[in-house]
Design a protein around this ligand. Sequence first.
Ligand SMILES: [Zn+2]
Length: 77
Amino acid sequence: MSSFEQTVVLLARTAGFRVVCQACADLEPDGEVAALTAEGSLRLEDDLGWTTCPRGHRIRVIRAGSPVRAEATSPLW
Ligand SMILES: [Zn+2]
C-alpha cells in the first residue's frame, strides 16, 4: 500500500471526529460519503493520534494548539 498520509486537525476541546478520507474519495469520486468517512477519537489530554478509514488508509490526527505544526489538509476544516 502507498504511504499516503492525511492529517486532520481537531479543535482544542474536540474528542471525536469524522472526516472524509481523501484517498478513498480519489479512488471512488462517486462513492457514498458514509463509505468514505473515517471516524475516530482523541483523548483530550492527547495532542497526537491516528485513525484509519474503512479501507485502511492512515489518517493522522493533531490537536490544534499543540506544538506540532500542522497543515490544515482536512476538507472539513
Ligand atoms: Zn481511505
